[in-house]
Write a protein that binds this ligand. Sequence first.
Ligand SMILES: [Zn+2]
Length: 292
Amino acid sequence: MNLELKTYPCSVCGSAESRKLYDVKGFYIVQCAVCGFVFVNPRIPDSDLYKMYSDHYFTSASEGYGYKDYELTSNLRIKTFEKWISDIEPYLSKTRGAVLDVGCASGYFLELMRTGGWEVEAIELDKDMIAKVKEKNIPVSERPFEEFTSSKKYKLITMFDVLEHIPDLKSAFAKFHDLLDEDGIVALITPDFSSAQRKLFGKKWFQYKPQEHIQYFTPETLSRAIKPYGLQVIHTSASGQYADTGFLLDRLSRYNFKLLRLIAGAAAGLFGLKNKFWYLDTGSLFAVIKKK
Ligand SMILES: [Zn+2]
């Protein structure tokens, strides 16, 4: 993919002043000089980003972005969603109502919620995934969240690994406020720039995917960013996902732990761990947001 990059102001405060932190894969990770928010600049222009997300994104890893094959590990994805639902539950309205999952992929999370008695709705841009969601009889909007309109109010809006992809954060935050019911919540998972993993791995942190992960929050910058929109963060904690041994070994290779990978690979073979799975910290932030 050979695209012209474009320079944008900070999506949180609008300032054009920033300082460079890292050079990652030909992109700069920068920090806003005014509000401290971390983002990629210059970056792939909005229109090209949306093209990327709509065209075989979930099988596009060979292009340097997206997933190798999202459906290949569907059992782990479902396990991960079950874990995330148990994380969300304490903050969720006791009265069931409408749930909107933004960037729903093939809709596993919404299937689980529907079984739990919730009225489910999706937003997805990828054509392959939209077809799957429709087969599951889940209503799906095929336009970006920033353009989404509804007369409905939602008890839950979810963004799992989505916020870091959104170019126009101000519109997204205003949309949260418009769409949330009085006792509704937004539950999101996004890379945490203040995580121990980011600090440990520096510019090698696997969450640096500067083509598509263009915004990097911390609990503090998220809290400040949403405040002007009548929203508040009511909970933050670390988050992860279920992964199999192969994924774990792949991650070790990516961090250049060659020796460790070799040992772990041999051990996995010896002890029959190949098909085992683990809940791995991904240096992600789980945040729950409410109206003020
Ligand atoms: Zn800023």
